[in-house]
Each structure stands twice: as structure tokens, then as C-alpha cells.
Design a protein around this ligand. Structure first.
Ligand code: SF4
Ligand code: SF4
Length: 296
């Protein structure tokens, strides 16, 4: 039996680490495993995908997972993004675990043949870690659904996070976060169909363009890629403090700062990705952050 899992997240949320934690946990349970990421645009906030296969036999497949048994979606804004297309190829009888506050019935209404599980990982991460870092949370959700044992899983969380250099305090907090998520869900008996002998190649839009969207390798397509839906937080300027020194303009990596007709600095929220570099660099502390999608 082989399980194929595909994680979809945004650069910086921890999709690659989630795939590693899951693979390591399955290995601790006695399975063979593979895990690897693809970064696409290589920018913080850009859609990324990562893959884990685990099996009680040899794994002879290689390459991207086009027909997953489980998808883990770390950011619900990816669902509408033709560049990410996270449910592409989800197999009949499979399962999607989605980080969202939306009800599960609204997410994939045309796929009655797949189970949709929703959980507010961002809210839990902000409470428990103080940051919207989701690797251990999404890995916990998928591991639980896939039936990976708790002991193997928590060992994998600690091992992998130590390996990426997290402090012991953050490792401990992540283990607690993972335990909380694991405890929220129940294992599923997945009845996905066996793959046909020839792999069904469903385009994965991180690599191959979706409808109406330029391929990531095409030149001059940045303007059509609105990065505003990447945000967890938006910067807000307090014009009573701001002196229009334009230091934020100089530092903004998305060129999302400009000068309005009234001569004051403006933020283009269609392209601001919420990195908060402007907040850090503003010498007058004239920029604050405000939560998106119901966050404080
Ligand atoms: S860096 Fe601060 S003070 Fe300067 S223009 Fe930006 S918001 Fe205003
Ligand atoms: S948060 Fe600030 S620096 Fe970052 S993209 Fe938005 S406007 Fe630019």
C-alpha cells in the first residue's frame, strides 16, 4: 500500500518542512518514504508544493505527485489561485485537509467523491507559536488522517525542527501545537482507487500554467500575478506620523509603494504581499499591521 500526499502552501509557511516531518514520521512507523519540494517562483509568499510518498513496500515511483490520495492545503487563498490549483488530480475516495475558517461544504462542492476536512491552523499557530508558521500543524493534520502513530509523529516533529535549527523553546512549542492539531482530528480509512498503470498526468500549475495564466517561465508576467492574496497581515500607514520620507518605498520588494495624487505615500494592496519589511524599516513607526481574513 502506498500513500501519496501533496502539500500546497506559500513560501515561508513551511510546506517543505511539513513533507519532511510526514516522511520521517512514516519512516519511524516502519514505512519506506520519499519527500521533496518544488518552489516555483522562489519568492516568499509564492505558491509552493511539496510531496511525500510512503509505502510498506518498495517505492519505485519518482517525480511530482499528480494524483494524490491526500492534499494538505496550508492557505485557503490558494484554492482560487489557478497557479496553485491544489485539488488538481485528487483521487476518488481521497481527502483534502484545508487550513481555513470556512465550512468544508463550501470548498469543493463538485467533489462528492472526496472527503474535505477543515481546521483553523493559522488561528491555532498564532495562539500557540505567535507566528503563522504551519509546518508542524499541517503535517499533524495529514499524519492523523493517514493513521501515522502519535509517538512516531511527535518524534519526527522534534527531530526535523531541530535539524532546521529551531531553538529548543520553539521545538517544544511546535510539538505542543502538533499535539493539539493531532488531537482535533480522527484517522480516516481512505479508499482511493489504485493508480492506472500509466500515470494520469494532471497539470500541476506550479509547474505548468493553468487556464488564462501565463506560465511561470514566460517573461514579463509579473504584472498579472497579484500577490495581495498572499497576505496574513496588511500594513497600514498612520498618516499623522508619516512624513513621506519614502524609505518604505525603497525597501518594498514588490514595488507596492507609490506616491498618490495628493503627494502622499500609498500602498497597492493588490500587490502588497504582507512581508512587513516596510513596518520594520519605517523610522517613524508610522506603519502598523492589521490581520487579514478575520485575524487580529
Ligand atoms: S517609511 Fe514611514 S514615514 Fe517614511 S514614507 Fe514610509 S510610512 Fe511614511
Ligand atoms: S508589507 Fe510593505 S514592504 Fe511588504 S510588500 Fe507590502 S508594502 Fe511592500
Amino acid at each position: 500500500m502506498m500513500l501519496r500526499v501533496r502539500f500546497h502552501g506559500r513560501g515561508g509557511q513551511g510546506a517543505k518542512t511539513a513533507s519532511r516531518i510526514l516522511g520521517d514520521a512514516a519512516f519511524n512507523d516502519g514505512f519506506n518514504d520519499q519527500d521533496f519540494p518544488i518552489y516555483g517562483a522562489e519568492r516568499r509568499g509564492a505558491p509552493v508544493a511539496a510531496f511525500t510518498r510512503f509505502s510498506d513496500g518498495d517505492i519505485t515511483e519518482r517525480g511530482f505527485i499528480f494524483s494524490p490520495d491526500i492534499v494538505g492545503v496550508m492557505d485557503d487563498s490558494l484554492i482560487e489561485d489557478p497557479l496553485a490549483n491544489p485539488f488538481a488530480g485528487l483521487r476518488k475516495g481521497g481527502c483534502a485537509v484545508v487550513n481555513t475558517t470556512k465550512p468544508s461544504g463550501t470548498l469543493l462542492p463538485d467533489r462528492k467523491d472526496a472527503k474535505i476536512i477543515t481546521i483553523d491552523l493559522t488561528g491555532m499557530a498564532l495562539k500557540m507559536l505567535g507566528k503563522p508558521i504551519l509546518s508542524s500543524g499541517i503535517a499533524a493534520a495529514v499524519a492523523r488522517v493517514a493513521g501515522v502513530s502519535e509517538g512516531s509523529f511527535l518524534k519526527a516533529v522534534a527531530d526535523e525542527l531541530r535539524e532546521v535549527g529551531l531553538s529548543e523553546e520553539m521545538v517544544k512549542k511546535n510539538v505542543e501545537f502538533a499535539m493539539a492539531v493531532y488531537g482535533e482530528l480522527a484517522p480516516l480509512t481512505l479508499r482511493t482507487e489504485e493508480l492506472p498503470s500509466k500515470l494520469e498526468l494532471v497539470p500541476l500549475a506550479v509547474v505548468v500554467s493553468g487556464e488564462g495564466m501565463e506560465d511561470v517561465t514566460q517573461t514579463g508576467n509579473s504584472a498579472v500575478r497579484h500577490t495581495g492574496n498572499w497576505r496574513t497581515y496588511r500594513p497600514v500607514i498612520d498618516y499623522r506620523r508619516c512624513t513621506d520620507c519614502m524609505i518604505c518605498y525603497a525597501y518594498c520588494p514588490e514595488s507596492a509603494m507609490s506616491v498618490g495624487e495628493d503627494g502622499r505615500v500609498r500602498i497597492d494592496y493588490e500587490n502588497c504581499k504582507g512581508c512587513m519589511i516596510c513596518l520594520t524599516e519605517c523610522p517613524l513607526k508610522a506603519i502598523s499591521q492589521s490581520g487579514e481574513r478575520g485575524l487580529q
